[in-house]
Write a protein that binds this ligand. Structure first.
Ligand SMILES: [Fe+2]
Length: 337
């Protein structure tokens, strides 16, 4: 029943025009625009949809503030969609649109949708990397770029009251796979039909950098390599947009390079590249939260300046124990492996 990743991020925002300018500067292509809605389409065929936060077509949600209000997940076939819907309809209301899209709420009260979606394969050709004695580019320069043009939506992140409960729903009802568990911080999940390191992250709403209540946190858009990421970041900076809390660096979890920007939609956007790609042979790990957060950062924030985080990363060979259904079931030290 493969879910293949994000098909559409539906945002509720205060100022659609300002957000159109932001995403255009970020490198997305505006596909259609009406008074009520602006829709960007990425090369893979996925979408960013912007609506006013008071738009009555937006679904109910426990999420506060502006930002992503609904994620429509792409599903590979009609048969897969029917199987998922059949399971969901056993204990919740599922709304059916005329175009075949269905809408529902997860156990924690977030709004999601499912839609049959054929994701287009995108083409990248990152420049080979050189090191002394390991020359992959001889007499050849790296590509010169002027702008970032993200081609994929890699993942979306929500701050939630109970990240274990949120994770359980997606694993058991939609076939998502556990990728990593960051102690006391959150759980990373991958769609069963995707090889991204993660497509969804549930962050504890009380963590530093989270608002203390349920809210959209950020969305990650894929670029080719570090050059595209930094050229894009420089362009955004020149256009007056502000870096996000973590700025630029490399996550240790997923190995991905990142640059965050604050976004007028609410929450942040992230340029992402050089991530790990995984499949069902991957063994999830539990991580010390700060150790997993970063291998390095361009500007070390205050909370990392004074001490090295604990070097803790341990494989979870048997997944989450069955009795851990909610955050309250976690052991006192948070460790399950
Ligand atoms: Fe991210």
């Amino acid at each position: 029943m493969p879910v293949t990743g994000v098909e559409t991020l539906v945002y509720g925002v205060n100022d659609i025009e300002e957000c159109v300018t932001f995403f255009t500067d970020f490198g997305l292509t505006l596909h259609d625009r009406t008074e009520a809605c602006a829709r960007f389409r990425l090369d893979e065929g996925s979408h960013v949809e912007l609506r006013h936060i008071d738009d009555p077509t937006l679904p109910e949600t426990i999420l506060q503030d502006t930002g992503v209000r609904e994620v429509i997940w792409g599903v590979d076939t009609e048969e897969s969609l029917e199987a998922l819907v059949k399971g969901l309809e056993t204990d919740r209301k599922v709304l059916h649109d005329n175009d075949g899209t269905v809408h529902f709420h997860s156990d924690d009260g977030l709004a999601f949708g499912l839609r049959v979606f054929t994701r287009k394969k995108v083409v990248y050709s990152p420049d080979p990397v050189n090191a002394p004695g390991h020359v992959n580019r001889l007499n050849v320069s790296r590509k010169w770029k002027t702008r970032a043009r993200p081609k994929t939506i890699n993942h979306v992140v929500f701050a939630v009251p109970d990240f274990v409960k949120s994770y359980r729903f997606f694993e058991e009802r939609l076939g998502f796979r556990l990728t990593e568990y960051q102690l006391f911080c959150g759980i990373y999940l991958r769609c069963d039909g995707a090889n991204d390191h993660h497509n969804l992250f549930f962050l504890d709403q009380n963590m530093a950098g989270a608002p203390g209540y349920p809210a959209f946190h950020h969305a990650n858009f894929g670029v080719e390599d570090i050059d595209e990421m930094m050229v894009g970041a420089n362009y955004m900076s020149r256009r007056g947009w502000t870096y996000g809390m973590l700025g630029t660096g490399r996550h240790r979890i997923s190995s991905a390079l990142f640059t965050y920007f604050r976004c007028p939609t609410g929450g942040e956007v992230e340029y992402g590249t050089d991530s790990d790609y995984i499949d069902d042979n991957y063994v999830p790990r539990e991580w010390d939260a700060l150790f997993g957060l970063q291998s390095w950062m361009g500007l070390l924030p205050d909370f990392l300046k004074n001490a090295e985080p604990e070097w803790h990363a341990k494989h979870i060979t048997k997944g989450f124990p069955d009795h851990i259904r909610t955050k309250a079931d976690l052991p006192e030290d948070g460790k399950i492996a």
